[in-house]
Write a protein that binds this ligand. Structure first.
Ligand code: ACM
Ligand code: ZN
Length: 483
C-alpha cells in the first residue's frame, strides 16, 4: 500500500509538472493518456470558429491528435505557445503531449513589455530574443524605449546627426549604436509574426540630452550640454521654438512610416522646467497661448504632438506626469501610462480616469523588473522587490473593473548599466508573475502554489535560453552577483 501511494504521488507530480503552463489557462480539463508524434506541426488540425474573441483558443489533445479552434491568427498562435510548454521532445525527436482540453483567453487585451534600448544599446538578436520571450508569455505589445539622454537609437533620415552623434554620447561599451531603418523594419516584421505590435517611444520634451548634443539649437539656449551618466537634466526640447516643434513632427513622420502601431509613445516623464522658466521663447509661448506656467506649457506642447499624431490616425501615449496637474486639455487620442507609484501612488491612474482617458498600468512597484531583489549600484534597499511582492501586491493588477483600463505593462529599464547579460536574471522569474496577472483569468492561487509552478517551469524556460535569477531574497546566495 505504501508503495502504491508513493507511485501515485510520483505520477501525479509528473502530471502536474507536465501540465504547468504559465500564464495559466482559463480552464484545463485533464484527459487520459498522451499523444505521440514525430511531426508535431503536421499533426495539428486548425479550425476557425469566428464566434471566439480574437485572442481566445480551444486546444484539445487526444491520443489521435491535436485540434485548435480560434477565430484568427492570434488565437491559433497562443494555442501553439501553450502547446510548446505542454510538450516534451524525446531524444529521437518524438513529441509527447498529455491528453487534455484547454479553453483560454486573456484577462487584459493590451499586455506589453518595455525594453530600454536608450541607456544601453542591445544587439538586434537580443531584441528578437526578448520579443520571443514576450510571445512565449502571451504579451502582445513590445514597447521599445528608443531615445534617452544616453543615446538616440533610431535612424531618422532627415536628421542624420541624431544617430551619427546622438547614438554615441554614452561612454560604456554597450552604449554605442543605433538601429537602422532597415533593422527596425525587420524587427517590426519579426514581432508581427509573433502577434506582437512594436510601440516606439520617442521621449519628449525630457530625456533628450543625446538629441541636444547632436542638434543644440533644439534646446532653449542652443548651448553645448553634458550628458548625465545617470538620471536626467533640465536640458530638454524647447517648447517655444517653432523649429523644434517642426523637427519633432518631422521625426514623427518617419516614426509613423516605420511603425504601423496604432499607438506611438511620446514619453513626457521627468522634464524639469529650469530652462523653460528662463527661456524667452518658452515665456513668449506661455503668454501667447494664455498658459498658467511651464507645466501647462508641457501640456500645450504634448497636445500639439498628440494632435499631430491624430492627424495621422494614431494615438499618443504619455507617461502619467502629464496628468499630475490641471491645465491645457489633451486631445481624445491620448492614453496615459501610469508608472510612478513610488513618487505619486495612484494619482496618475485616478487623474486619467477623471479626464476620461484610457490607462496602461505599469507601476515602478512592482513591474519595473530592473529593480533587483537585493541592492545593486543605484538601486538601494528601497528600490528592490521580490516575486512575492509582484504576485501579491502589484498596484497595476486588478484594475479591470474600470472600463478605461486599456492594458498592463512591465519594464526593463537599463539605468546604472544593466547590460545584455544581466537582463534575464532581472526578468526571471518575476516576469512570470506579471505574465500571469496580464493573461490569466483564474483567481490568484496562494503565492506558495504559484511559486511552486514557477520553480517547476525553471528548467523549461532555461532550455529556451532564459536564465533565472533569484526570485526571493532568501535565494540570493553570498556568491551571487547581479552583474
Ligand atoms: C519612467 O520610469 N521614468 C517612466
Ligand atoms: Zn525654451
Amino acid at each position: 500500500m505504501k508503495y502504491v501511494s508513493i507511485i501515485i504521488l510520483l505520477l501525479s507530480s509528473f502530471f502536474l509538472t507536465a501540465q504547468t503552463v504559465i500564464p495559466t489557462p482559463e480552464t484545463v480539463v485533464q484527459g487520459n493518456g498522451e499523444f505521440r508524434t514525430k511531426n508535431l506541426q503536421a499533426d495539428i488540425r486548425q479550425t476557425t470558429d469566428a464566434a471566439l474573441p480574437s485572442e481566445a483558443y480551444r486546444l484539445q489533445i487526444t491520443e489521435n491528435g491535436i485540434e485548435i479552434e480560434a477565430s484568427g491568427d492570434a488565437g491559433f498562435f497562443y494555442a501553439r505557445q501553450t502547446l510548446k510548454q505542454l510538450g516534451t521532445e524525446q531524444q529521437d525527436g518524438t513529441w509527447i503531449i498529455p491528453c487534455l482540453k484547454i479553453e483560454d483567453r486573456p484577462r487584459i487585451g493590451f499586455r506589453s513589455f518595455l525594453l530600454d534600448s536608450g541607456r544601453q544599446y542591445q544587439k538586434v538578436t537580443t531584441i528578437k530574443k526578448y520579443i520571443d520571450m514576450a510571445a512565449l508569455l502571451k504579451m502582445n505589445y513590445f514597447h521599445w524605449h528608443l531615445t534617452e539622454g544616453l543615446g538616440w537609437r533610431i535612424e531618422i533620415k532627415q536628421y542624420p546627426r541624431l544617430t551619427e552623434v546622438g547614438a554615441f554620447v554614452g561612454k560604456g561599451p554597450e552604449q554605442q549604436g543605433f538601429y537602422s531603418q532597415k533593422e527596425i523594419k525587420e524587427i517590426v516584421r519579426y514581432a508581427a509574426e509573433r502577434c506582437i505590435t512594436v510601440i516606439p517611444e520617442i521621449d519628449m520634451p525630457g530625456h533628450a540630452e543625446a538629441a541636444l548634443v547632436a542638434y543644440p539649437e533644439l534646446g532653449c539656449f542652443g548651448d553645448t550640454i553634458q550628458v548625465p551618466e545617470n538620471g536626467f537634466t533640465q536640458n530638454i526640447f524647447c517648447a517655444g521654438k517653432t523649429h523644434t516643434l517642426d523637427f519633432l513632427k518631422n521625426v514623427l513622420d518617419e516614426v509613423c512610416e516605420l511603425f504601423p502601431s496604432e499607438y506611438i509613445h511620446l514619453g513626457g516623464d521627468e522634464a524639469p522646467k529650469g530652462n523653460w522658466d528662463t527661456c524667452p521663447d518658452c515665456g513668449q509661448c506661455i503668454k501667447e497661448h494664455g498658459l498658467k506656467d511651464s507645466h501647462d506649457l508641457q501640456l500645450w506642447f504634448s497636445a500639439q504632438m498628440a494632435n499631430y499624431l491624430k492627424s495621422k490616425g494614431r494615438k499618443a501615449i504619455f507617461w502619467g506626469d502629464v496628468v499630475y496637474q490641471e491645465g491645457y486639455p489633451l486631445p481624445d487620442n491620448t492614453v496615459i501610462h501610469w508608472w510612478n507609484w513610488r513618487g505619486h501612488k495612484d494619482t496618475a491612474f485616478k487623474e486619467a480616469l477623471k479626464r476620461n482617458l484610457p490607462v496602461i498600468c505599469g507601476t515602478n512597484y512592482y513591474t519595473y523588473l530592473n529593480f533587483p531583489v537585493t541592492p545593486w549600484k543605484g538601486y538601494e534597499a528601497a528600490r528592490t522587490f521580490n516575486i512575492k511582492d509582484v504576485y501579491t501586491a502589484n498596484p497595476s493588477y486588478g484594475k479591470e473593473d474600470s472600463p478605461l483600463l486599456l492594458g498592463m505593462s512591465c519594464a526593463l529599464w537599463t539605468d546604472y548599466g544593466v547590460t545584455e547579460d544581466m537582463i534575464d536574471r532581472r526578468l526571471f522569474p518575476r516576469i512570470l508573475a506579471i505574465a500571469e496577472q496580464m493573461w490569466s483569468r483564474s483567481e490568484p492561487e496562494s503565492f506558495e502554489q504559484f511559486y511552486q509552478k514557477v520553480k517547476d517551469k525553471k528548467e523549461w524556460f532555461e532550455k529556451q535560453g532564459y536564465m533565472f535569477g533569484p526570485g526571493l531574497k532568501s535565494e540570493v546566495t553570498d556568491d551571487f552577483s547581479w552583474d
